[in-house]
Design a protein around this ligand. Structure first.
Ligand SMILES: O=c1ccn([C@@H]2O[C@H](COP(=O)(O)O)[C@@H](O)[C@H]2O)c(=O)[nH]1
Length: 310
């Protein structure tokens, strides 16, 4: 996490821009295409415009792999090109891949982190370009260990789901799992601290971050207290209803760098609220508008977060 905190300190902004393209979010200049290949190219152009617009303003981007997988192999190629482009701009790239399986299969998924034995001695640096990926802990430590091993080998990070932002997350995550009423999320928080205890960096955070949604402010301070050495990825800001006030308690007491707050639609679809958009604009003009609106929305998010942190 030291590299993450270094880039965060440089921009002084805890926001993450989620790169979740889909046809409904792109201007029609990019979606009126005749093939999946052309749509994939539009995703790449869209992402590059947004990355260019937010570089220097935010430190982290979070591409959601599902949006790219939906387009098949060409989509995955665009995912890789997007992560490579963001990385070339000095951004910390957090791949939202939410993998999780039995150990031997998890080791193959861990090839995203370039340190996995699943590809033998071959170098995977040129395949994937994430600095970190998200991992689903449902299988327990067997499903986490291969990711942690690969992360250690490649000096990268993982973010383990702990308390997700979706409305029905409490169906499982709020269930008591111990005689004292500790919930599944609370227990996961303790496990994440334990799993990460041998990998703490210079800033005191371990290589294992936790995903804690912005939409359950009632859980925030309790989880923060259970995760003293864990950096938090906080999705659910903006489109899902999370606000700056809701996430304030997720930062550590002595630093505004204990959490990164993520918004996807709130930033990348901001152009849809811009009255200067015209359907008869050229593709280049539309991309320009997307970029300007994304930068404006990212600036607003930074200012809103900074206000509550101050
Ligand atoms: O608990 C979680 C974990 C991950 N996500 C992901 O974050 C983005 C949210 O997109 P918005 O447009 O900002 O709502 C998306 O990729 C989710 O898969 C999450 O929302 N909640």
């Amino acid at each position: 996490m030291d590299r993450l905190i270094t880039v965060l300190k440089k921009v002084g902004n805890p926001s993450v821009v989620g790169l979740d393209p889909k046809p409904q979010i792109l201007p029609q200049q990019l979606t009126q295409v005749e093939s999946v290949q052309q749509l994939a190219q539009s995703y790449l152009d869209f992402n590059r415009s947004i990355i260019d617009a937010v570089t220097g303003l935010v430190a982290v981007v979070k591409p959601q792999i599902a949006m790219y997988e939906a387009l098949g192999p060409v989509g995955l190629e665009v995912y890789c090109k997007t992560t490579a482009y963001a990385s070339s701009k000095g951004l910390y790239v957090l791949g939202d891949v939410k993998r999780g399986d039995i150990g031997t299969t998890a080791a193959a998924y861990a090839s995203h982190l370039a340190g996995s034995p699943a590809v033998g001695d071959l170098e995977t640096e040129d395949l994937w370009h994430e600095d970190a990926i998200t991992v689903n802990p449902f299988l327990g430590y067997d499903g986490i260990h291969p990711f942690l091993q690969a992360a250690e080998k490649a000096d990268k990070d993982i973010f383990v789901l702990c308390s997700t932002s979706n409305p029905s997350s409490s169906q499982l995550q709020a269930l008591p799992c111990g005689p004292d009423g500790t919930t599944v999320s609370q227990h996961l928080a303790e496990l994440i601290e334990l799993w990460g205890q041998d990998s703490r960096g210079g800033y005191g955070f371990s290589r294992i971050g936790a995903v804690v949604g912005a939409t359950h402010p009632d859980r925030a301070s309790d989880l923060r207290a259970r995760l003293p050495h864990t950096f938090l990825l906080v999705p659910g800001y903006g489109a899902q209803g999370g606000t700056a006030a809701d996430v304030a308690a997720l930062f550590t007491d002595n630093s505004s760098y204990g959490a990164s707050i993520s918004s996807s639609r709130g930033i990348i679809a901001a152009w849809q609220k811009d009255p200067s958009y015209r359907p008869d604009m050229s593709r280049t003009q539309a991309l320009d508008l997307v970029a300007k609106a994304a930068r404006k929305a990212a600036r607003q998010m930074r200012d809103d977060l900074t206000a509550v942190l101050n």
